[in-house]
Design a binder for this molecule. Structure first.
Ligand code: 0PR
Length: 373
């Protein structure tokens, strides 16, 4: 087989990026390891503890490495400590968070429901489908954040979880997390925050989004997106081990006695590359990258506005702009990888680390040329 992987030269649509060189190297070294079997792959499992501890630092949780999942039995015996694990991505973290909430609500009488903003990622639909919970989709307001009044009206005794998005897929918006926490607590539901994409940018903003800012119970944060790790490396973090216990199944013939992850065999490459990227970049490298990407997004938004396109201002490094379909198609034909929002077909530019000012200048030159044809 000889096929070239996708070059990132013209990719403006993706939430993935070129892995950091240290992350690439670490992924290669751990290709054949499985942190899902910590008894056998001890160093991959130890790296996962390290990944979880570092993710904890980023999301405002102090995690003792001995409490992470590799040594889960000990941690569970002690109970209550914050913990988590490296998932295959945001989808798995979101599915598992819904599963935790459903299990926790299992003794309630009605069918459990999860309240999500319409801006939530489609992985919550998969979760609802698989787990047989009702998805209550509430609208967003004009600024593309969840309508709190609608959330208040949607919750009741069957609500197992309320979801807030910290960096939405289509507009990069951050829901009012502290307020969502209060609403969730008022009906004894869990608060899950989806920071799968935003989690590595938000620490450098003044947004209130993490465990230290609000009564957050579970969170998705993906090293394989803004974290510059190799795919697959997502993260699920929980406020206390008893929440992860809701997921544990017995594993009779493994050395470890239970498993809380959704997949069995997992990628040691993802885990090792997440640790390498975070050790290399947290916090200064991520801060520099956020500042660079945010400036690029603001610059692109201005440039598009000057040209008469309607633009949704970037709160995080993501710009959405109304570009007519024929022009969108012509740009794609030139090799630009672009995608559109579901509701109003705006073109979505994700200013990931591989997106440079030069690349955006070259994109705008093509846009101008094609527009004047
Ligand atoms: N939560 C949020 C807020 C997301 O944006 C995404 C992915 C997920 C969860 C799910 O994450 P996984 O895809 O890791 O399971 N959103 C991206 C999107 O729809 C997914 C993506 C990534 C699409 C890379 C294309 C691509 O090249 O844009």
């Amino acid at each position: 087989m000889r096929a070239e992987p996708q070059s990132f030269d013209r990719v403006l649509s993706s939430m993935c990026t070129e892995p950091h060189p240290a992350a690439r190297e670490a992924a290669e070294r751990f290709l054949a390891t499985n942190p899902g079997d910590p008894g056998t792959y001890q160093s991959a499992a130890a790296l996962e503890d390290r990944a979880v501890a570092m993710l904890g630092e980023i999301v405002g949780l102090e995690i003792d490495t001995a409490d992470a999942i590799g040594t889960g039995d000990d941690a569970r015996a002690r109970g209550g400590e914050p913990t988590g694990y490296v998932t295959s991505g945001g989808t798995e973290a979101n599915v598992q968070a819904v599963r935790i909430a459903r299990e926790r609500a299992a003794s309630a009488t009605g069918r459990p429901s999860v309240v999500v903003p319409e801006s939530a990622h489609f992985s919550f639909r998969k979760a609802a489908d698989l787990l047989q919970v009702d998805l209550e989709v509430v609208p967003t307001t004009a600024d593309h954040r969840v309508d709190l009044e609608a959330v208040r009206a949607a919750v009741d005794e069957d609500t197992a979880a309320v979801v807030g998005v910290a960096g939405s897929t289509e507009y990069g918006r951050v829901d009012p997390i502290p307020e969502l926490g209060e609403i969730a607590a008022s009906v004894d539901a869990l608060l899950h925050v989806d920071a799968a994409w935003g989690g590595f940018a938000l620490p450098f903003t003044d947004r209130e989004w993490h465990f230290g800012h609000a009564a957050v119970d579970t969170m998705a944060i993906d090293p394989h997106k803004m974290g510059q790790a190799a795919v697959p490396a997502g993260g699920l973090l929980v406020r206390s081990t008893d929440l992860l216990d809701e997921l544990a199944v017995d594993t009779p013939y493994l050395e470890s006695t239970s498993q809380a992850t959704l997949t069995g065999t997992r990628s040691g490459a993802g885990v090792a590359s997440a640790v390498a990227a975070m050790e290399e970049l947290w916090p200064d490298g991520y801060r520099d990258q956020y500042v660079r990407s945010q400036h690029n997004a603001e610059w692109l938004a201005d440039q598009l506005e000057v040209r008469g396109y309607e633009v949704v201002e970037p709160v995080l490094p993501l710009v959405a702009a109304s570009i007519p379909t024929p022009l969108f198609e012509s740009l794609r034909a030139e090799g630009w990888r672009l995608s559109r929002t579901g509701d109003d077909r705006r073109v979505r530019f994700v200013c990931m680390p591989h997106v440079t000012r030069e690349m955006l200048e070259s994109f705008l030159a093509d846009l101008d040329r094609l527009e004047s044809r």
